[in-house]
Design a protein around this ligand. Structure first.
Ligand code: GCO
Ligand code: MG
Length: 404
């Protein structure tokens, strides 16, 4: 029996940071929600949904998730891009939520069932200097984390990617016009291996340590960095170079066995397919919200599985609890799951998005309520209106624009 979509609306709220949520309602009274947040470009996705997708959604059969996905992807003529794919992702996530609620099953049951008991996550330890970062690592270890990302300030640079005064919920979109960071590759390459040297000296080798380079190096610099940290056994180095030039990864690979993770800014399987098929990466970081939803992410994971590439989805604070909930159902049900990033949300955000997922000893569990297990308190959401917020930009010390 068809389940008719009767209404869809976009909810924008800023409980400490901006989130965009799509809510789809049906004639059976069941509704579903999907995350559509694109950090620093939120309102572009709101318009894409309100002006272009929602008018075409009303009256359709909510059961037909794949057909609706194809309708918006192929049917649009103008394909791909983060705005389009985040909007399609929100529709897809909300429809999976509806289907699972209608079946009275947690979403992972519709995705093939659990492949594992829980989802290993990593948290962020960051500090102005190495000793502050190591203090943060201790806190995560006390909380039971098995995997931790380490970032540290660099002597001689005023600010560095991944380091902020906030700790558990680091928020880079810090100003209503972009703030400016200064970068020096030479200073970074000199200092960062010391962080991992000290971290292994202090904590040994029982925990997974990760690191994000945030697209800042050239291929040969990335190769050099990967080599310089091999003894510290990193779980991965993330985004060593900007991924427009994917050939670059071959050069990095030829020089180092440090595993590579890429893909948080990818939005389709076409961005990832060459890297996967040529085995130039070890982890693919595409997410539910920015890569077309659960339907599309499962296709990426299926391709990756053929090449022993594992998933390692992005999960920074700007991906809402709705994305996190959906991601956990995906993570627990794909065989080639690797790890899930988990930057905690603030209490205000958690109050707006009541959820069934729980954290215990370094693992997240999606919970067993029907659907993806995340809801939105609309009344509370309305108390926090949208606030313009931009991600920073980055320049070299001589003023040259660089990748942030
Ligand atoms: C990560 C990311 C984030 C992004 C942020 C942009 O690995 O968690 O690189 O810190 O910069 O999500 O919106
Ligand atoms: Mg990253």
């Amino acid at each position: 029996m068809p389940v008719k979509i009767t209404q869809a609306k976009v909810i924008v709220t800023c409980p400490d940071r901006n989130f965009v949520t799509l809510k789809i309602e049906t004639d059976e009274g069941i509704y579903g929600i999907g995350d559509a947040t694109l950090n620093g470009r939120e309102l572009a996705v709101v318009s894409y949904l309100e002006d272009h997708l929602i008018p075409c959604l009303i009256g359709r059969d909510a059961n037909q998730i794949e057909d609706i996905w194809q309708y918006f992807y192929r049917g649009a003529y103008w394909r791909r891009g983060p705005v389009t794919m985040s909007a399609i992702a929100a529709v897809d996530t909300a429809l999976w939520d509806i289907k699972a609620k209608k079946a009275k099953l947690p979403l992972y049951e519709l995705l093939g069932g659990k492949c594992r008991e829980g989802v290993m996550v990593y948290g962020h330890a960051n500090g102005q200097d190495i000793s502050e970062t190591l203090e943060e690592v201790s806190k995560y270890i006390e909380l039971g984390y098995k995997a931790i990302r380490l970032q540290t300030g660099i002597p001689g640079l005023k600010s560095t990617y991944g380091v902020s005064k906030d700790k558990m919920f680091y928020e880079p979109a810090d100003a209503n016009l972009p703030s400016e960071n200064i970068w020096s590759t030479a200073k970074y390459l000199k200092h960062t291996p010391k962080l991992f040297d000290k971290a292994r000296e202090k904590f040994g080798f029982d925990h997974h340590f990760l690191h994000d380079i945030h697209h800042r190096l050239t291929p040969i610099e990335a190769a050099k960095f990967g080599k310089s940290v091999e003894d510290y056994n990193l779980f991965w180095m993330e985004d060593p170079t900007p991924a427009e030039n994917q050939e670059a990864l071959r050069l990095i690979r030829e020089h180092t066995t440090t595993p590579i993770a890429i893909g948080e800014i990818f939005n389709t399987i076409y961005d990832a397919k060459d890297l996967i098929q040529n085995q130039l990466i070890d982890y693919i970081r595409t997410t539910v919200v920015h890569a077309g939803g659960i339907s599309h992410l499962r296709k990426i994971a299926a391709l990756a599985e053929l090449y022993q590439v594992r998933t390692g989805s992005h999960g920074a604070t700007d991906l809402s609890p709705v994305c996190m909930g959906a991601a956990l159902h995906f993570d627990i049900s794909v065989s080639n799951f690797g790890i899930q990033e988990y930057m905690r949300h603030t209490d205000k955000t958690d109050d707006v998005f009541p959820h069934s997922y729980t954290f215990k000893e370094g693992m997240l569990y999606p919970g067993d309520v029907p659907g993806h297990g995340v809801d939105i308190d609309e009344e509370l959401a309305a108390k926090y209106p949208y606030q313009p917020a931009y991600l920073p930009v980055n320049r070299l010390e001589d003023g040259t624009m660089w990748s942030w």
